[in-house]
Design a protein around this ligand. Structure first.
Ligand code: HEM
Length: 385
């Protein structure tokens, strides 16, 4: 039996018209479900604009922040310039020393959970790995990661975590402005845009997206991967026998999990998707999760095939806004797959509370609120290795 609900709520609409009439908090938003339509829309920023503060996420995030997230809520040419400012930090997960450090973090955290029986994996492993690895990517002190790991997996939507997060930024951003270090906050405090320094709101906009964009998503795919191994021990075995399958398996896990269901665009001039007309000023949804199950592109799209070839999934987006955190997400997931397959003989599913993205017109699992697993080490002595 499967412990992840693989139901694809978009199948019928994707086949019939390619568009699902969504409604979010009272706002009608058509969801673009076909892979080809979605990629066309994602490329066409003039018709499908991101220049809409708070309204790229669906529903909008006005209740949770009062600054525009950067660079995501902008179009070219501003987007190109904003993105270039932070890109060096998002490239850091390709550096050998960062790869090594994140590998060591993964190993240490695995040491702490293997061979212990029932472990709540979200709080005790996934959030910790995401937080500590983010500190490495941003070149912040390791102690910062230890602070962030006490926050919930959704930084903005949980009131207590949001308050802690904003308090943290209120403390570190002025410190960085007074004495810029070689971390992300230091770089933002000295960066220039359009011949001037960034405003406080712009710096906040970068910081909020960096923390919010890559937390829930990474935590979800870690949970998905481990539950997949619980349900399919043969895939754990295959990765152990052939570690060269790890990078492809990491992409396939992200495709099927698609932790970010969709993202919004605003069609100021109106637009057409197949036979569907999007009215001027209306928002549309680029539904990554729907396109990732498109039968025209993926054979047996509901199945996890860790050796899938030509995996043109769009879980990380497509076009100019393609996920900046992709190298970080890949690094974390690959080191997880590599180490779990090498050191864990069995992942045992004990209990879990699934997390759903749920609306009147669709419902899909995106993760687990809590997840209890037992990770049985290959060798007894590996519990302390
Ligand atoms: C499995 C993990 C992840 C998934 C599935 C994911 C998904 C996405 C998607 C679909 C987009 C495109 C948004 C759009 O077109 O409007 C995006 C953009 C972005 N993501 Fe991720 N993401 C992940 C991890 C991360 C991480 C770890 C970070 C940061 C540490 C991050 C930071 C960003 C940023 C800054 C953007 C905006 C890029 C731009 O506007 O140019 N993401 N992500």
């Amino acid at each position: 039996m499967s412990h992840w609900d693989f139901t694809d709520p978009f199948r019928d609409a994707r086949e019939e018209s390619g568009v699902l009439d969504g409604e979010f908090a009272g706002e009608p938003i058509p969801m673009i479900l076909r892979h080809a339509d979605l990629r066309r829309a994602a490329r066409d920023y003039r018709s499908f604009s991101s220049d809409a503060p708070f309204r790229v996420p669906i529903p909008g995030e006005e209740p949770f922040r009062d600054v525009r997230e950067l660079p995501i809520e902008t179009d070219p040419p501003e987007h190109t310039a904003y993105r270039a400012l932070v890109r060096p930090f998002f490239e850091r997960p390709r550096l050998p020393e960062v790869i090594r450090t994140v590998g060591e973090l993964t190993a240490t955290l695995l040491d702490g959970v293997m061979g212990r029986g029932d472990v709540e994996i979200i709080a005790e492993f996934a959030i910790k790995l995401q937080s500590r690895a983010l500190a490495v990517m941003l070149n912040r002190p390791a102690e910062d990661g230890l602070v962030w790991e006490n926050w919930c997996s959704n930084i903005l939507y949980d009131g207590a975590t949001r308050a802690d997060f904003y308090r943290y930024l209120d403390r570190v951003l002025p410190e960085s402005a007074a004495d810029p270090g070689d971390d992300l906050f230091g770089a933002l405090s000295t960066a220039t845009f359009d011949g001037r320094k960034l405003t406080h709101d712009e710096i906040l906009g970068f910081a909020i997206l960096t923390f919010a964009g890559g937390r829930d998503t990474v935590v979800s795919v870690i949970a998905f991967a481990l539950v997949h191994f619980a349900d399919h021990p043969e895939d754990l075995e295959r990765l152990r026998a052939d570690p060269s399958l790890v990078p492809g398996a990491a992409e396939e896990i992200v495709r099927v999990c698609s932790p970010l269901t969709h993202i919004g665009r605003t069609c100021s001039e109106g637009a057409e998707v197949g036979a569907t007309r999007i009215r001027p000023g209306q928002r549309a949804s680029l539904c990554w999760a729907g396109a990732n199950r498109d039968e025209r592109v993926f054979v047996d799209p509901d199945e996890v095939r860790i050796d899938r070839q030509r995996n043109a999934h769009v879980a990380y987006g497509y076009g100019r806004h393609f996920c900046l955190g992709v190298h970080q997400a890949r690094l974390i997931l690959r080191s997880l797959l590599e180490q779990v397959s090498r050191r864990v003989v069995e992942v045992e599913f004990l209990a879990g509370t699934p997390k759903y993205d749920e609306w009147p017109h669709y419902r899909r699992q995106t993760g687990f609120e809590t997840l209890h697993l037992a990770l049985h080490p290959i060798h007894k002595e590996d519990t302390t290795a």
